[in-house]
Design a protein around this ligand. Sequence first.
Ligand code: PMP
Length: 357
Amino acid sequence: MQERVFNFSAGPATLPEEVLKIAAGEMLNYKGCGMSVMELSHRSPEFTDIIQSAQSLLRKLMDIPENYKVLFLQGGASLQFLMAPLNLFNSDKKADYVNTGAWSKKAIAEVKKLGDVKVIADSSDKTFSYVPEIKPQSIRKDASFLHITSNNTIYGTRISSLPETSIPIVSDMSSMILSEKIKVEDYGLIYAGAQKNIGPSGVAVVIVRDDLIGHNLDIPSILDYSLIAKSESMFNTPPTYGIYIAKLVFEYLFDRGGVEAMQSINERKAKMIYEAIDQSNVFEAHVKTKEDRSLMNIPFFAESDEINQRFLKEAEEKGLKTLKGHRTVGGMRASIYNAMPEKGCEILADHISNFRP
Ligand code: PMP
């Protein structure tokens, strides 16, 4: 059987081996109940314990204040592109957006069907290779919220400072949640698809300030945060197995010192790779401005596609997989989420430094 490889996929992405081993050990008989977690009723005491633990671990890991609800949902991050506006819109239905890449564009396309949207900052002029300035004075005073994408998975930028504003900030943190310390109080709503830093696809996490929800009564029930919150994410059958893996990942993070510890490891990992790219004569990073660089996704490329292809082929031979860049950017992309071991980044940095075209 082939050894496990270093999987640099942008998502679904690598998971901690320790977590997979626990899940494998519990696959047939979860804690003596004689069945797999997949076969447990979502109303059973065993699953109730799993979802409650997942919630309380996430609260501790992210220091989530009491007045925020934590929800586990289906539908991925993409459903939040419309669920967030449906729930947060006030009667004017206005929302301001920052456009930093493909996922922001998709979020904007959805909200346009629902209300009045203003794009107040945009980096499309340079293929989203930088973070545009977000001027507080551009935010409309009557906007229901300001939407940002904290980490731009495809183009590899990261928003590291927020504008001073009293308008609630909604952030898509799909590709950076739990990778660095953030202050939840700075946001009205945070959402993330699980398949990068949390667990398998099929789960989305929503963290929302409770005064922002429950005022729109015309939302279909399944899309209404307040009903989902009231039922403790059990409005209908939640993605039970994904929530179980998320709980194991949260325990794993907790045992390793939590988000702060992950952040320093992530900074080290990213530094290794960016330094190798910056010092190389063959490769360049898509994002040149150092402050704007993502800690999680690093797109880079050589001058010709032929060189990129050979780099990828030789990387595969060293057990470095799924490094091919997104089809819209080309080249390579190293996604180095929490579960990517430092060793994988070291081998990749060496491969970049030693590669000869
Ligand atoms: N937002 C961001 C930043 C993403 O990276 C992705 C997925 N790669 C999405 C949204 C969409 O997530 P999903 O496929 O879970 O809907």
